[in-house]
Design a protein around this ligand. Sequence first.
Ligand code: ADP
Ligand code: MG
Length: 445
Amino acid sequence: MPSSVWPTLRRQLRADLPAEDFRTWFHPLRVASEDADHLVLEAPNSRFVEALEEGFRPIVDWAIADLKGPTYQVLFKSGETRTSVATPKKSSRTKSVGSPDLEGAPSSSLNPQYRFDSFVVGNSNRFASAASQAVAEKPGIAYNPLFLYGGVGLGKTHLLHAIGNRLRRAAPGTRVVYLAAEDFVNDLITSIRFERMPAFRERYRTIDVLLVDDIQFLAKKERSQEEFFHTFNVLYTRQKQIIVTSDAQPRDMADIEERLRSRFGSGLLADIQPPDLETKVAILQRKARQLQGLDLDTDVAMFIARQVHSNVRELEGLLNRVTAFASLSGVPLDLEFAKEALRDVLPEQDRPVSSAQIIKMVAHHYGLKVREIKSKSNSRQITYPRQIAMYLCKRLTEMSYPEIGRVFNGKHHSTVMYSVEQIERRRAGDERLAAQLERFTRQLS
Ligand code: ADP
Ligand code: MG
């Protein structure tokens, strides 16, 4: 048996973490099992596991990525409930949400926390939220299909569940089905394999409201796209409501066939933009109230909000860390405390990063000269690292798009914007790139 990675990982974590945190959270862990792709660590109980996930997940992931590459996983399990853990949770497939009589309809359950009244509306999501409400009031009539799109963690899934929850309450007889596009694909594969296609088609075609999350998952899956296209047409002709979410607008979904894109584009398109500072603060305060019964001071919320560019899920992660630390230590949650609690997970604030540092680091990593990365060359070997460098400049410095353009030999600001968007989008679907970007960010702090 190869030797365990745990002693090395432990040493790394001991170096990365304040001594006290290491002692409290990592000293008690034991190796439960280990194979080529996973290390499973056992913690004393399930609250402990939750606290580890909330407080230390990024640090552990970084450390292990450095040691074993980005696909290797560290999992935590609780020593108490031996039988129910360590097996990854199966996607909870219940029957249809709205009616018990829809035979075997593939559907995941709705999260009751994702409601309209728990969704904070700001300029960035006002339109998407209003459109979702309108559709939930008058399914099949107002806007069909409704196509919600935007970056990761901006609330698309939340809105989709909110529509489902509202309909389930207001119109209990309606057959509402929520599913991730991935579930559709898996269901299709099973149906083909067991020659149950007629039943498959029937199931999807008797739905009143179909909520499909992350449709970009159908990219390059021609057979799934074809089946979805037919399902779509049947439902649409019968004036059944279809709501779809995606990480990009139809026009930009290159790997989805044209006829499907044009169907998506034929209804109402609503985008969700990253929230502004005020909306982030409002979201934090609402979540603190709702989840912890806590009134979060505005200066604390403002501090946390400034740490996260857009992803609301990351915002929640930081909030959880701060509140968990506060409740475990019994100390009042003020600004000083929040800064202390987040010290290890945030890049150092008082040492601003410069574009020169970024360019030097990225160039070095890709074996290029600074001169080359700034050059006008359009060879892919250079443009990709250049896009990454521009992305990091945008994320880690206060520079505007035109300012960044000037650093790169007078590139037009629209080129910079395009580059940042490209990397943003790839990052969402490419774990390797995401891990690399995190390593760059860490190196700079
Ligand atoms: P997406 O599906 O766009 O990736 P999610 O809907 O999963 O994003 O949102 C990520 C997290 O952020 C969820 O916990 C969600 O409740 C929360 N969230 C996002 N936007 C808002 C908002 N405007 N108000 C309240 N919570 C939000
Ligand atoms: Mg989502």
